[in-house]
Design a protein around this ligand. Structure first.
Ligand SMILES: Nc1ncnc2c1ncn2[C@@H]1O[C@H](COP(=O)(O)OP(=O)(O)OP(=O)(O)O)[C@@H](O)[C@H]1O
Ligand SMILES: [Mg+2]
Length: 457
């Protein structure tokens, strides 16, 4: 009981002095007894108040320790001996509460950043076991994470980063059905975290970037290759004309005809490349004009017909009478129709029929639920093998290279169609049955009622 100890401490000296005075006969007995009683009572009252204050302050300090601010200890103590100390403890308590709230806020922000980080982030201990990882790590690698962390390039980067206490980066290729290209950045943690974390490893997926770098390089190689063949032929014939064929008029005429064809082929290739790059440049700008397919398509077919002369192929145009206008760029829609007709005639059956149709799209599995129109070109040719269908819209991809080249194709026709359709926020579908024919369909969104713009002229 602290209050008894305080009371004894306070009262012991005066009580002893009074008792000695009484015993020595220095003071009359009864006033000494009264003085001793008053001293003991006041010591008891004082120690009671002091002990209560001590209890309140002890409880307040305990609450601070337990991270619970509780009532203001100065208020609870009241205007007694301990008030200044109570006020000081209250101030300390408020200060600590504010600091821990700030730390908690920062911790929550850090956790949120790690959780939302789209790249995988792993914290490794000295023995290379995982001490922490963010949700993206599981989403990206799942059960493959140990294999990624065992990658020799990553191991070497980890050893160096921890050994030299510097940030290290490594490029990893993870084999699998689809090879992944990763960039690993290893940041050492010195001193280690409390849970043993010794290095942070950030894994960014660079597969798409790398593939676009590669396709850019492929594109340049393809263009050079496509240009080299006609150019080599032009150079070869020029040399022949200047040399052996100089005085051979029939040979000269034949060679000049071939040279003109090769020149025209180079011209077509450059036209197609320019057209593709122009479309790509404005691909993000959705057209705002309206195009009336019922007026536009027959005109394109009529312009195309002279090229059919002698081929035996027939073009049938079927446009549903209720086909509404679409949102589009008339020149580009004309180019789509032309490229598709060109393929259908080139790769269709000789003497067969090519069908160009247009009508309101039936919303369903193939087409979006929004209102739209489908423009389709169907032929009766040899078709496209199933495995090649997803690739025919790639630049320069040809199923039968010899046939395409012989027909003067650049291999860019469907790539141009794909980009025009994408600019129109439409959809492209290619269905083909080997031996029976191919149907290429394009879904395009309808013009909104009241939309202004020029017509398909
Ligand atoms: N209707 C079709 N039937 C069969 N194969 C087709 C058809 N349309 C396209 N292909 C195949 O897809 C390839 C790519 O077609 P694309 O139109 O892009 O190029 P191209 O016709 O060879 O050349 P370009 O269109 O530049 O003259 C063609 O080479 C051909 O092999
Ligand atoms: Mg083509």
């Amino acid at each position: 009981m602290p209050f008894i100890a305080i009371a004894i401490c306070v009262a012991a000296a005066p009580v002893t002095a009074l008792a000695v005075m009484a015993l020595a006969g220095l003071a009359p007995a009864w006033p000494v007894v009264v003085a001793i009683a008053v001293t003991i009572l006041s010591a008891a009252a004082f120690s009671l108040v002091w002990a209560r204050d001590l209890d309140v302050l002890t409880a307040a300090v305990q609450r601070i320790e337990a991270d619970d601010a509780g009532p203001d200890p100065a208020g609870a103590v009241g205007p007694t001996l301990m008030e200044p100390l109570g006020l000081e403890i209250a101030r300390l308590s408020r200060h600590l509460a504010a600091r821990s709230a700030r730390i908690e806020q920062e911790r929550r922000a850090d956790t949120l950043i790690l959780e939302r980080l789209p790249d995988a982030l792993v914290v490794l201990r000295q023995d290379r076991t995982v001490s922490r990882r963010n949700p993206a790590t599981d989403a990206i690698f799942g059960a493959d994470l140990p294999a990624v962390l065992r990658h020799p390039e990553l191991r070497a980067a980890l050893d160096q980063a921890i050994g030299d206490d510097v940030t290290k980066a490594a490029d990893l290729t993870i084999a699998g059905p689809i090879a992944r290209e990763l960039r690993a950045t290893v940041v050492p943690i010195n001193p280690p975290l409390q849970d043993g974390g010794r290095a942070v490893v950030l894994l960014s997926d660079r597969t798409r970037e790398r593939s676009s770098e590669r396709s850019h390089a492929d594109f340049v190689a393809n263009v050079s290759h496509e240009l080299r063949t006609p150019l080599a032929s032009l150079i070869g014939f020029t040399e022949t004309l200047l040399g052996p064929a100089e005085d051979d008029p029939p040979a000269r005429k034949r060679f000049l005809t071939i040279m003109a064809e090769q020149g025209a082929r180079m011209n077509r290739l450059i036209d197609d490349l320019l057209s593709l790059s122009r479309i790509e440049m404005i691909e993000h700008q959705v057209p705002s004009d309206t195009v009336d397919l019922a007026g536009l398509l027959p005109r394109i077919v009529a312009g195309y017909e002279p090229r059919l002369a002698g081929g035996g192929t027939r073009i049938v145009v079927e446009i549903a009478s209720d086909t509404p206008p679409i949102v589009g760029d008339a020149d580009q829609i004309a180019q789509v129709s032309q490229n598709l007709l060109d393929n259908a005639v080139k790769y269709g059956r000789e003497g067969g029929t090519v069908r160009l149709t247009a009508g309101i799209a039936e919303p369903g599995k193939t087409w979006p639920s929004r209102p739209g129109v489908v423009l389709a070109v169907a032929d009766e040719g040899a078709g496209i093998p199933r495995a090649d269908i997803p690739r025919v819209t790639e630049r320069f991809y040809r199923v039968d290279k010899a046939r395409s080249r012989a027909a003067g194709g650049t291999g860019l026709g469907l790539a141009i169609v794909k980009h025009i359709v994408s600019r129109h926020r439409g959809q492209l579908s290619i269905e083909s049955e080997p031996g029976k024919g191919t149907t290429v369909s394009v879904w395009l969104p309808l013009a909104q009622p009241g939309a202004s713009g020029r017509d398909g002229d």
